[in-house]
Design a protein around this ligand. Sequence first.
Ligand code: SIN
Length: 355
Amino acid sequence: MGKMAASVVDYGEDAFRKIFKFYKRRQPPPDFSKVVDFSSGPVSDKVVSTELDPTSVSDGEAREVGLRPVREWRAFGLQGYPGFVFISNPFAPGSQPVWVRQCLKSYPQKPNVCNLDLHMPPGETEDIWGKSADALRCQPSGKRGPKTLLEKLRWVTLGYHYNWDTKTYSSDSQTPFPADLHSLSSHIAAACGFSGFSAQAGILNYYRLDSSLGIHVDESELDHTRPLLSFSFGQSAIFLLGGTRREDTPMAMYMRSGDVMVMSGPSRLLYHAVPRIIPTLSDSDDLIRHYPPPEGSTITGLVTAKDWEVCSRYIQNSRVNMTVRQVLGPGQSFPETQSAERGCDRVSDRGLKKK
Ligand code: SIN
């Protein structure tokens, strides 16, 4: 009894916050040796290989959205986290640049909504890419000019637009969900056993090297039997996955460019956060190495060399994450009042918003 009380005191009331602050710390730098690295396979005793359904997605369907055949994916689970699936970069060589381009050039466009809309007149946020591309392309590396709109982008919402104030979705604020991301999400979900998943809302977070994402649970969706999908591109993140209570000590793992995470079942409503971005991306990384794409790549909307100049410059200092959600179950509709998302702090920059 005495021992248990001591451990509660040791960890404080909030073990998650303690670990969050540990990994966010700059000086002295934290010890990263306990961070699970799925790119090295099941090296930790907590990591287990997970079987996916290779028949759920044809090779052609996978190829169309830039994925390798499902039988080639390396998928893992974590002991103690049923429903959590980590797919270590299932993207085919040369296809990540296409998704990065979509996140930077296409998805921030109207009618989608972004953080800049909150304090800029509509005309000024209409062509974020067009207003930023030349400045980014010409920026000598290492030198910093005035921040472009693209560098000021923090979030974009798709489909049912998440309302950050009420922490709800509603039928009054909805625009078409991008078809390409809808297909990508359906295939990932189907391979994990969720055929029929329909992407209805997306939140894209844009992180600079000093950004973090606060501790939160994604519970505003009305159907929690559907998984939450998460796609990462660019620099790496330390991702923390906790329990259903803030007192549960979270596990730390790397999320690298191309990695996909699926939170479903008992893991759908777990606390999670991103305390730190780590610039691990190098020329040997798939994302960089495979531009221009190899012969025979069929993914639609190939990235032009001019686009790639901007994207590659941007991701040197950034990470982009897309979370995709199904908000309503089949036949479900929005009630009069909706539940709130607990403890949600969005991406914050060092110095601007302290945890
Ligand atoms: C991430 O950036 O990896 C997490 C995004 C989220 O939880 O919304």
